[in-house]
Design a protein around this ligand. Structure first.
Ligand code: VG1
Ligand code: CO
Length: 543
């Protein structure tokens, strides 16, 4: 095998965001763009000769081409083996599972998650470390630094590797092991949940609908929900992964998963509905005509965790991202376990899980997971809910309403202003930063401001500090307004406004969240001058 050293020049924009490097496909197709970033990863991680790497993606457009490039570069960079999912497919949680199970050096996941795909859609790449989790900031920053210095990359001159059948082949000295992308993950799920009870529930007439959104979870959902748990074949919709996700936007929320939403709010609705995103790490949970917010889902799972065999010993602790509602904090308090508040992005949970400080983690952005892997995990959340439903034999809605009655309800909503000019988004953030010193003590409508800051996190395990993680306005009664800029977009800037208020009074728990939060929404728009700065009079997406 011939190894070619190719001279290259740096690109200035290869800074990984919340979850890896995400760009439009045409950007990735620029000369040496992908190769530069992959070589920067390899140079940074400095894997010993002969190491094993896991490789796979969500099947979106450009997945297969990128996999061939990465395989040839891995061979040229001294890897001994690459475990690649059949057809180039591995969901994000399955990749994490395989890295851990086979104790590989790390893995490369190709995905732009919930962003649309296709020739003009998005593509992404990220590196996960040996614990199965997204590389922490010190590694992503080092990769970025390497990408700004790069002058050459190494690649093997070799024919493309066949990826459509499982088995081993050679690429020079390196072994390419094409693995079944589902089986290890399905086994892990079976070890955590009461499949017998779920099977009994599903054969009792309880109907479910899972929307794979033409993204990666189709094959996983079919194997687990249909083959192993006996759900009817029509329980999984949009099950065939397509490179452009059938022209859809594979983000499991009330806006983009509208096909499923119409079914669960329609006539003859199933008892349970769920959806996952492009790479299989997000989840949306629905009951018959009922939406469970991700923040509430985390809290309900925490409160009922012992019903699942894998969690019957109880939880060590819970972690949630800062903008996620404090519903889980109340459960942690009742259970007498710690609750950690981290910046947005799964990479911040890794240290806490590795140190045994937390079992469950969650984000308001439809991300829930546990220490079974080091990524959030869409189907895992679905199975956890099914396990709870099988044990409690109550509808989703009554489980959530009982939860609110016991702990109080954290009304919650996120308003996204997408594709803003970067300057407009920055001006909102700057205005807030300039003004927040004056806010504490002020009365805004019925609320008194307690503190206001730009969230900074000190990792309790390694002491690393991540500053500038979002502007928080915290009120005396526990209500909150948070502003932050997205780190996953590929066009302009996305400003996220997060709103939360706590309501102990059961007689108000039936209220619509937008209605319950309307005063807070007005205050947020006032203090930020968002409408004047952006020229927008309403958000693009409300979740
Ligand atoms: C968003 C979410 C964040 C999530 C991240 C990756 O990031 O807010 O909670 O961890 O996406 O999820 P941002 O920076 O755009 O707010 V995924 O499913 O795209 O890997
Ligand atoms: Co995702």
């Amino acid at each position: 095998m011939q190894i070619r050293k190719v001279a290259t020049t740096p690109y200035a924009d290869q800074k990984p965001g919340t979850s890896g490097l995400r760009k439009r496909v045409p950007a990735f197709k620029q000369l040496h763009y992908l190769e530069n970033f992959v070589q920067s990863i390899f140079d940074t991680i400095a894997a010993p000769q002969g190491s094993t790497l896991v490789l796979g993606g969500d099947g979106r457009y450009y997945n297969r081409e990128a996999i061939q490039v990465i395989l040839k570069m891995a061979a040229a960079n001294g890897f001994g083996r690459v475990m690649v999912g059949k057809g180039g497919i591995l969901s994000t949680p399955a990749a994490s599972c395989v890295i851990r199970k086979y104790q590989t050096y790390g893995g490369i996941i190709l995905s732009a998650s919930h962003n649309p795909g296709g020739p003009d859609g998005d593509f992404g790449i990220k590196y996960n470390t040996a614990n199965g989790g997204p590389a922490p900031e010190k590694i992503t920053e080092a990769i970025f630094a390497a990408s700004k210095q790069i002058s050459q990359y190494c690649i093997a001159d070799a024919p493309d590797v066949a990826l459509d059948a499982c088995g081993d082949s050679k690429l020079g000295d390196m072994t390419v092991s094409v693995i079944d992308p589902v089986v290890d993950y399905a086994e892990l799920m079976e070890s955590l949940f009461d499949f017998k009870a779920i099977r009994a529930l599903l054969s009792s007439g309880f109907r479910i609908k899972f929307d794979a959104m033409h993204a990666v979870t189709g094959p996983y959902a079919k194997e687990i929900l249909v083959n192993r748990l006996g759900a009817s074949a029509d329980s999984v919709m949009n099950a065939v992964p397509l490179p452009d996700f059938g022209n859809g936007h594979p983000d499991p929320n009330l806006t983009y998963a509208h096909e499923l939403v119409e079914i669960v709010y329609g006539k003859d609705a199933p008892d349970f509905g769920a959806a996952s995103d492009g790479d299989g790490d997000r989840n949306m949970i629905l009951g018959n005509g009922f939406f469970v917010t991700p923040s509430d889902s985390l809290a309900v799972i925490a409160a009922n965790a012992k019903l699942a065999p894998g969690y019957k010993q109880g939880l060590a602790g819970i972690a949630r991202s800062m903008p996620t509602s404090a519903a889980a904090d109340r459960v942690a308090q009742a259970l007498g376990i710690p609750c950690y508040e981290t910046p947005t992005g799964w990479k911040f949970f890794g240290n806490l899980m590795d140190a045994g400080k937390v079992t469950l983690c969650g984000e308001e952005s439809f991300g829930t997971g546990s220490n079974h892997v080091r990524e959030k995990d869409g189907l895992w959340a679905v199975l956890f809910w099914l396990n709870i439903l099988a044990a409690r034999k109550q509808p989703v809605e009554s489980i959530v309403r009982e939860h609110w009655a016991k702990y109080g309800r954290n009304f919650y909503s996120r308003h996204d202003y997408e594709s803003l000019p970067t300057e407009a988004a920055n001006s909102v953030m700057n205005l807030l930063k300039e003004g927040f010193a004056d806010l504490p003590g002020k009365t805004l409508g019925p609320y008194i401001v307690k503190t206001c800051d730009d969230f900074s996190y000190t990792d309790p395990v390694d002491g690393s500090v991540s500053a500038g993680q979002g502007i928080r306005i915290l009120f005396e009664d526990g209500s909150r307004i948070v502003f932050r800029l997205s780190g996953t977009g590929t066009e302009g800037a996305t400003l996220r406004l997060y709103l939360e208020s706590y309501e102990p009074d059961v007689s108000k728990h039936h209220l619509d969240a937008q209605e319950a939060l309307s005063t807070l929404i007005g205050i947020a728009l006032d203090v930020s001058e968002l409408r004047a700065c952006t020229g927008r009079d309403k958000p693009t997406v409300i979740t």
